[in-house]
Design a binder for this molecule. Structure first.
Ligand SMILES: [Zn+2]
Length: 389
């Protein structure tokens, strides 16, 4: 949209977005500092702040100074996290997770449900949405989402996803062909729904819901392990989907000359064919176990194979770092909480003298649906903090 094409309502929405984002990122910010930080006049900021205070989206959060001639009294503002709720949904081949949070991303309730059986001829998106809506109803005490103060929902789903159309384009581990996600979830939940690939959704959560929000990195590469391997690259704070919504398939880059056939890409030697829960489960005769259990077992039973796994991971990660040049890499998943795997992978990548920080994700791997919460929060802010599409 050109600047000339912006309506007064678009400008108001954009200014509210800027202000809400700034207050959210800072946790608390002095009212006097807002105008200079977002490039608006003091008068405009006064009007916007007045509106947001009246709507209860922000509150005054104490003051400092003002005693004597040395400086003006500062009144701080923060987001009123209890002003609304957000719904996050995480779908992978193991489960659906449904989560309710406040506007600050604090988890208020969570349900993990097994994947529903899709009857012949039924739309998988509709079946999954209805199953999620039942769990949401339980979490909200039987109230509808909108009536319970839910401002929006986000769905993170594995595989290839088009966030604009809200379609799952390809996820053979869950369903066949293209499957609408946003439409059936909006119908089942009755609130606006954003959809993205689950790892891209988690990268938004890392940027919006952890301490990283205070000083967002120029480029974040988030890598998720378990049950497969996925990555999300967020140059300038926005997840890059790629020209065909297939960016970030780190698990299907080659790391070995041979290996078992990969059920997702069909080739041999990709990272997932060697380190996925399925591949490790087969190798260790422990099918159905999580990658963290499998990695722990492997490190005890076969330290050499464990070292090889870390090398395969580090090789793929090293290639991704060369390609993207991130300032920060975060490794997400319960397996990386185990210091052995994290340090073995990080050590091998760092041995190549790459100038970026590699650390564990600050997101709790027990709550993958926080990715959905972050998508919903981002949309809510982008809409200027108003409910609607
Ligand atoms: Zn593969």
């Amino acid at each position: 949209m050109t600047h000339r094409g912006l309506s007064a309502s678009d400008i108001r929405k954009r200014n509210r977005f800027g202000l809400l984002s700034l207050v959210h990122r800072n946790g608390a910010i002095a009212r006097n500092d807002l105008a200079s930080s977002i490039g608006l006049t003091r008068a405009s900021v006064t009007i916007l702040v007045g509106e947001l205070l009246e709507e209860g989206l922000i509150v005054e959060a104490g003051s400092s100074g003002g005693n004597g001639k040395a400086g003006r009294r500062k009144i701080f503002l923060r987001i009123r996290n209890e002003a609304g709720k957000l719904l996050g949904v995480g779908i992978d081949q193991e489960r659906i997770q449904v989560l309710v949070s406040d506007l600050g991303g604090t988890v208020l309730g969570v349900r993990n449900i097994s994947l529903p059986k899709v009857p012949r001829g039924a739309e998988p998106g509709t079946v999954f949405a209805k199953a999620a809506a039942v769990a949401v109803g339980e979490l909200l005490g039987g109230e509808g989402a909108a009536a319970a103060g839910v401002l929006g929902a986000g769905v993170g789903v594995t595989g290839r996803v088009d966030p604009d159309s809200g379609l799952s384009l390809r996820e053979p581990r869950l369903w066949e062909g293209t499957v609408p996600i946003r439409e059936p979830f909006e119908a089942a939940l009755g609130v606006p729904v954003s959809v993205n690939n689950n790892v891209r959704a988690l990268s938004v959560a890392e940027l919006l819901l952890t301490d990283m929000k205070k000083s967002p990195p120029a480029g974040l590469l988030l890598v998720k392990y378990g049950p497969g391997v996925g990555a999300a690259w967020t140059p300038g704070g926005l997840p890059w989907s790629g020209a065909h919504n297939r960016a970030g398939e780190l698990g299907h880059t080659f790391v070995a000359a041979d290996g078992p056939p990969c059920p997702y890409c069909g080739r041999r030697g990709c990272l997932e064919s060697l380190v996925s829960a399925q591949a490790l489960g087969l190798a260790l005769s422990m099918q159905g176990s999580t990658v963290e259990t499998l990695c722990a077992a492997l490190s005890v039973r076969d330290p050499e194979a464990f070292a090889l796994l870390a090398s395969h991971f580090a090789r793929a990660l090293g290639n991704a770092i060369e390609l993207c040049d991130p300032s920060v890499v975060t490794l997400y998943g319960s397996a990386f909480r185990d210091s052995a795997l994290f340090s073995e992978v990080a050590r091998r990548v760092e041995a190549n003298d790459r100038p970026c920080e590699i650390k564990r994700s600050s997101l709790d791997p027990e709550f993958p649906a926080l990715g959905g919460v972050a998508l919903a929060l981002e949309r809510f802010f982008q809409g200027g903090g108003t409910i609607g599409k």
